[in-house]
Design a protein. Structure first.
Length: 183
């Protein structure tokens, strides 16, 4: 466990912290997010994520000075049998929230359903099936960001509001305030 003081001569544009906040209590996340965000350059971002030992399964929250923006899930094709297996590698702020009634749980269940729905495309390979899964999520109304260029890499990014724990749900202003925003 270390500090998040970011003792740099200039404010960083990007801070990446993978497998760091897993060591902390969930209740500590908001303060850490606020500390890092307060030290970012005006257009900077903070990436708080988690991955398995060799990076096959990962996820991260992207934040800017106003708070959390999105959740990205990145899966190496063939590393999992269904997308919700990423649950073990969710960022600290979401990992204990993957239970019925929480938005992250609903999202992962919908992602699995879309994956199962695209099973007939398995013969064309994992990539084609994943592309169809992502298109299906967007068609179902999920605020999926980016497009096929990122999806081909095994990624799907969704707006934070779609997966934020219920205590951080709402607009970015509400989420930022609940996450300890510094103004």
């Amino acid at each position: 466990m270390g500090g998040f003081e970011i003792p740099l001569p200039t404010r960083p544009v990007v801070v990446r912290a993978f497998n760091v906040l897993r060591q902390y209590a969930e209740s500590d996340v908001a303060a850490v997010w606020a500390t890092v965000r307060a030290r970012l350059a005006p257009d900077g971002i903070f990436v708080d994520g988690t991955c398995d030992e060799i990076g096959r399964v990962s996820s991260w929250v992207t934040l800017d000075g106003g708070g959390p923006l999105s959740l990205t899930i990145s899966l190496r094709f063939g590393a999992v049998t269904r997308p919700s297996e990423v649950a073990e590698r969710l960022p600290k702020v979401l990992i204990h929230r993957n239970v019925p009634g929480e938005k992250i749980h609903t999202f992962l269940q919908a992602l699995d359903q879309s994956w199962l729905h695209t099973a007939p495309l398995a013969g064309f390979g994992h990539r084609q099936r994943w592309l169809a899964t992502c298109r299906g999520m967007r068609a179902a109304g999920w605020p999926v960001q980016d497009g096929p260029a990122r999806w081909r890499l095994g990624e799907i990014t969704v707006a934070w509001s779609a997966v934020a724990q219920n205590s951080l749900a709402g607009d970015r202003g509400t989420a930022a305030a609940a996450a300890g925003a510094v103004t």
